[in-house]
Design a protein around this ligand. Sequence first.
Ligand code: FES
Length: 237
Amino acid sequence: MSQVSLTIDGIEVQAVPGTSVLEAAKKAGIKIPTLCYLEEINEIGACRICLVEVQGARTLQASCVTPVAPGMVVRTNTPAVRQARKLNLELIMSNHPQECLTCPRSTNCELQQLASELGITEIRFSGANPSYEPDFSSAALVRDPRKCILCRRCVSVCEKVQQVCAIAPQERGFNTIVAPAFLEPLGDTACVNCGQCALVCPTAAIHEKDQTAEVWAALSDPGKHVVVQTAPAVRVS
Ligand code: FES
């Protein structure tokens, strides 16, 4: 198949037509930060963290959903790009609880990691922070909608990989929530506790239930039978 030739940060890159600028940059060894993107699973341009400058375009473009074009000139690390990424992440974090010290994903959180990489030291904005309650109804998973950044990775993996469709975006605007239909408890749905959603969640919005107490109870009472659920692996780009 004939290749498209473009320039990214001064490097000439060849890519198959239809390839995203993000993937073409990755091939050239140029890292563009992402948050909502999961290769071939969730390519919806939701978070706007992967913005780049495309010569001739009037606005910054989300590289994960922008296809390469012949002669395209892309810049991934200009002051305007860095400022826009930082602003977008600040806006996402303005609606996220500042509970890192007590969060089960602390030090293993993509949001936290990205904030550090982009040099965010304060959140200048205050979001609506809807007061949804955590959902502990599942045998293996905890849903904490307050920590959801609406990247929809969990929705895509549940639908396209597991073909279960247990969760989807509900409500609108600041009240948007990823949850089972009619906001039913996760434990009352067709969810099979595979854990794929927790594996791809960039925060602790869906995380594995801590079963340490049950395991210790079983160890101290050999007669007690405890089932501990674990999540199988999924490819994360
Ligand atoms: Fe491209 Fe989220 S990674 S918009």
